[in-house]
Write a protein that binds this ligand. Structure first.
Ligand SMILES: NC(=O)c1ccc[n+]([C@@H]2O[C@H](COP(=O)([O-])OP(=O)(O)OC[C@H]3O[C@@H](n4cnc5c(N)ncnc54)[C@H](OP(=O)(O)O)[C@@H]3O)[C@@H](O)[C@H]2O)c1
Length: 362
């Protein structure tokens, strides 16, 4: 067997980060936590490097870690735009990047994919890991369409719920997955699926109109690929992030027993339903942002981050999250996909949302 893989974890105290440490601990002959980056919390373990967001020279130290000659794999799992710089630095240093932070590919997909060597990015998002697995051994020309599954979040199954009145506590109750607050609220608005649609379009180099979304409340089918001959492949399993995390670390191997097998005999029915785009317009909004291109996906991402924060702070209603993002996309006039353009679009969108919060005030 090859030598142990040294892993740097950005976001080591988060939901993905802690599950990654669990995988590393269970396969000590294969992996080692080389360095950990966190916000304010302290991880309950030692590593060669521990970098916290309040530390002096935080950003430079993170770049030093992700480009360190002994690091093999960088797990990117700090939510939002702040992961872009370290991801680009790791890719330029020819590291393997296990990417959980979908926002990086949404805001700067062209730049990130242009920087990444072949197979440098290993998806950690369960849907993209599923598609990745379905595509092994297949040619790009054989693919007709990618189909992302969505649990529907906490409100899909309750059409009588008035989305104007949803509280932060209700939005944080995901029916299937236990995740950090930002991605949980994104799952409730379905913006998470919109971000994933752009992530899939970038990762698998297909136009967004060949990426679909289907609601699958059981979250057992993690996504599907349809092929030109009418056949389709899906990847199935219990919802457990340690599977895609382990695969991103061990690829092309699979880790024996990383998650318990699924009891398929006991599953009963698996449902697939169309998404109601009128009630949950976020996916179509994301599709349009990707089609418009330029800085629009970056605006979508940054406006959404700010709108989610405003909702969490009690400043705007749940239903206003997507409305304020839509308003930002309509008002945005910039173009270009170079790093400066993306950062300008990101900054502009944040300022725009902050300036609009008064109008949307609950
Ligand atoms: N959770 C999932 O199952 C899941 C699934 C698919 C994709 N994702 C994606 O993975 C990413 C991480 O999600 P998560 O659910 O793991 O998030 P989370 O539980 O909120 O954890 C966030 C992590 O990032 C750290 N962090 C936050 N702000 C920071 C800053 N300014 N500087 C340095 N570190 C900072 C946090 O540190 P502190 O603990 O110190 O605050 C924590 O370690 C997101 O982009 C999400 O969309 C998550």
């Amino acid at each position: 067997m090859s030598r142990r893989q040294n892993i740097a974890i950005l976001g080591a105290t988060g939901s993905v980060g802690r599950q990654a440490l669990d995988v590393i601990d269970r396969y000590p002959e294969r992996f080692q936590a080389f360095g950990l980056v966190t916000g304010t919390r302290v991880p309950d373990r030692e590593a060669g490097y521990l970098i916290r967001s309040g530390d002096p020279d935080f950003e430079a130290r993170v770049v030093e870690l992700v480009t360190h000659p002994e690091v093999d794999i960088v797990l990117v799992a700090i939510p939002g735009a702040r992961s872009l710089g370290p991801t680009l630095a790791a890719l330029k240093a020819h590291k393997k990047v296990a990417l959980a932070t979908k926002e990086v590919l949404v805001m700067a997909g062209d730049l990130v994919m242009g920087t990444a060597g072949a197979d440098a990015i290993r998806p950690v998002d369960s849907e993209h890991s599923a598609i990745w697995q379905c595509l092994w051994g297949e040619s790009h020309d054989s693919v007709r369409r990618l189909l992302l599954t969505a649990s529907g979040g906490p409100f899909w199954a309750f059409p009588e719920t008035d989305l104007d009145e949803v509280t932060v506590e209700q939005a944080l109750q995901h029916p299937r997955w236990s995740m950090g607050p930002k991605v949980t609220i994104d799952s409730a608005t379905l913006m998470n699926k919109g971000l994933e649609l752009i992530e899939a379009h970038q990762l698998f180099r297909l136009p967004v109109d060949r990426v679909g979304v289907v609601v699958h409340p059981q979250s057992v089918i993690h996504s599907l690929v349809e092929f030109v001959d009418g056949s389709a492949k899906a990847q199935l399993g219990n919802p457990d992030m340690r599977l895609p995390i382990g695969l991103a670390f061990a690829y092309p191997d699979r880790l024996p027993g990383v998650v318990p097998p699924t009891a398929f005999e006991d599953l009963g029915s698996l449902e697939l339903h169309p998404l109601d785009d009128r009630r949950f317009p976020a996916v179509e909004l994301a599709r349009r942002a990707a089609q418009t291109g330029g800085g629009h996906p970056a605006v979508l991402n940054a406006a959404n981050e700010e709108a989610v924060s405003a909702f969490q702070a009690g400043s705007i209603r749940f239903s206003s999250i997507v409305s304020v993002v839509e308003s930002a996309l309509s008002a945005f006039k910039g173009s270009g996909t170079m790093l400066e353009d993306v950062l300008d679009a990101d900054r502009w969108a944040r300022e725009y949302v902050v300036s609009q919060v008064g109008i949307y005030k609950r």
